[in-house]
Design a protein around this ligand. Structure first.
Ligand SMILES: Cc1cc2nc3c(=O)[nH]c(=O)nc-3n(C[C@H](O)[C@H](O)[C@H](O)COP(=O)(O)OP(=O)(O)OC[C@H]3O[C@@H](n4cnc5c(N)ncnc54)[C@H](O)[C@@H]3O)c2cc1C
Length: 477
């Protein structure tokens, strides 16, 4: 790194504020899934918005590209420094305070480097709930979940991260700070910049703090594990549960028997509450913030009706909080457990829920002609249409041979997704992983407008260059 810029950054950020390759940078450079090899110029760790603003000004003056980083749990290569230019990783890890919690406005203002778990705990201690649950919540940060517009298990009820976003504080590419923190629910005074930055994956500005809307705590909760014969049966149960249980339906997750087999092997001492070999499994979570004891009765009624309609094979209701957590542990362990089966090719996609059963059947049938013996481990948030369309390597193929088929497999999956009116990037974002696919398959008008927005906010292409869209490709005004 240019020594003048380095010494200015060191002067600004003080001891521990800048880590260079002579320090151990592996925590920042190593990406969760190990798909990208990151080689950063250095890692800058500001403590305040003022320091971050000064840092961006120095980088702008020296034309140093920056990669904002939170918990580094992203799954699409968005937080890696491996662009054509060497880049500076800007870690928000030292900006992690809870600035305020406003019970009457049901909101909290939190710094970007605060973890999701830490923010949720603070809200809970104030008698409120931050309704975003990710398995990565212990490391994923508020800045990261907003920058990726993360979804999660409760999207069916509470929406993605952007649904919680009321106001933002952010540093733009010229170093100027936008102080847009606000707990207002109604503010139609022009373009909504906060929502523009949600899902922008660090390409338009660096988020330093956010005001988030909170919800009342749950007073009644029922967690149910059930088996269904097919995704179509799962959608029928979803329809029935929605009609009867309304907004109490908080999560509705579908898993195949193969996922349960992987998880039980992976965890060793876990137990499935029903026959693990049953074709498909559903984890349903229902919660109400209304005081009372009526939810159990309502849930049992839905289950009885679904059983007698032949939609459900078997069902178990968690009888304690520990049991509910044990049910969720099975679901949350699937991603890690898949390694038991060897290499998995993963697709974070969404399709309209109604189209999901036919999409799963027809895509798997077509894929069998591309590679026989494929072991599909398709699971996900059926309630919001998001599937992790993961495919585990056939027993007859080596990991290398399976990886070689990835382009053909992706082509088939993405073609079917678009045919079904879906998205090739449901909750994890685009980053580097799906950038070329977006450029190839995305709507050209939308792509052109996206590049214009990027150029307007970051004319020097210094913020996370090369992520989501490339500016040099078709990028002229
Ligand atoms: C086990 C596991 C489970 C997961 N489950 C889910 C899930 O259920 N749903 C889901 O949506 N995702 C999930 N993810 C993906 C990941 O946790 C989310 O994308 C999360 O939002 C990333 O947050 P982070 O702080 O780790 O961001 P990082 O990985 O550090 O960064 C992600 C992107 O955001 C940008 N960014 C980070 N901080 C800022 C900032 N302050 N300002 C501007 N840009 C910033 C980065 O440049 C990058 O493009 C999971 C990941 C793992 C490993």
């Amino acid at each position: 790194m240019n020594s003048a810029a380095l010494s200015k950054l060191r002067g600004l950020l003080g001891p521990g504020g800048v880590l260079t390759p002579s320090d151990d940078l592996s925590r920042y450079e190593q990406e969760w899934r190990g798909r990208y090899r990151s080689l950063a110029l250095a890692v800058a760790r500001p403590c305040t918005t003022g320091e971050l603003s000064g840092l961006v000004e120095i980088c702008a003056a020296h034309r140093i590209a920056m990669v904002p980083q939170g918990g580094n749990t992203g799954l699409v290569g968005g937080a890696v420094a491996c662009g054509e230019r060497r880049e500076l990783i800007v870690s928000l890890e030292r900006m992690r305070s809870i600035r305020s919690i406003d019970v009457d406005s049901a909101s909290m203002t939190v710094e970007a480097g605060c973890t999701l778990e830490q923010a949720a705990l603070a809200a809970h201690e104030a008698g409120l709930r931050l309704p975003l649950a990710l398995a990565s919540g212990g490391s994923a940060t508020i800045g990261g979940v907003l920058a990726t517009n993360a979804g999660g298990n409760e999207t069916i009820r509470f929406g993605n991260a952007r649904a919680m976003l009321l106001g933002l504080e952010a540093v733009f590419a010229d170093g100027r700070v936008w102080s847009g923190l606000s707990s207002l629910r109604k503010d139609n005074s022009g373009y909504n910049l906060a929502q523009l930055l949600a899902g922008s994956e660090g390409t338009l500005a660096i988020i330093t703090a956010a005001t988030l809307a909170l919800k009342p705590l749950a007073r009644q909760r029922e967690v149910i594990w059930l088996t269904v014969a097919s995704p179509a049966a799962a959608v029928a149960v979803l329809r029935r549960a929605r009609a009867a249980l309304g907004e109490t339906l908080t999560a509705f997750e579908l898993m195949p028997a193969l996922a349960i087999e992987f998880v039980l092997t992976h965890l060793g001492n876990a137990r499935c509450p029903v026959d693990p070999g049953a074709g498909w499994h559903v984890l349903m979570d229902c919660e109400s913030s209304v005081v009372g004891e009526w939810l159990r009765e309502a849930v049992v009624k839905v289950l009885e009706e679904a059983l007698s309609a032949g939609e459900v094979g078997d069902a178990a209701i968690a009888e304690s909080r520990q049991q509910a957590e044990a049910f969720w542990l099975l679901r949350e362990s699937i991603s890690d457990a898949q390694a038991v089966g060897g290499l998995s090719l993963k697709h974070d996609i969404s399709v309209p829920t109604a189209a999901m059963p036919a999409f799963i059947d027809s895509t798997l049938e077509e894929l069998e002609t591309v590679v026989s013996g494929l072991r599909p481990c398709v699971f996900g948030h059926v309630g919001d249409g998001n599937l992790h369309f993961n495919l585990t390597q056939p027993r007859s193929l080596s990991a290398e041979a399976f990886r070689a088929l990835e382009p053909q497999i992706n082509e088939t999956v993405f073609a079917r997704v678009l045919e079904a009116g879906g998205s090739i990037a449901a909750e994890h974002g685009i980053g580097l992983l799906r950038r070329d696919r977006l450029e190839e398959l995305g709507d050209p008008v939308r792509l052109e407008k996206m590049r214009r927005i990027k150029r307007a906010l970051d004319p020097g292409n210094l913020l996370n260059p090369g992520k989501i869209v490339r500016m040099e490709k078709g990028g002229s005004d």
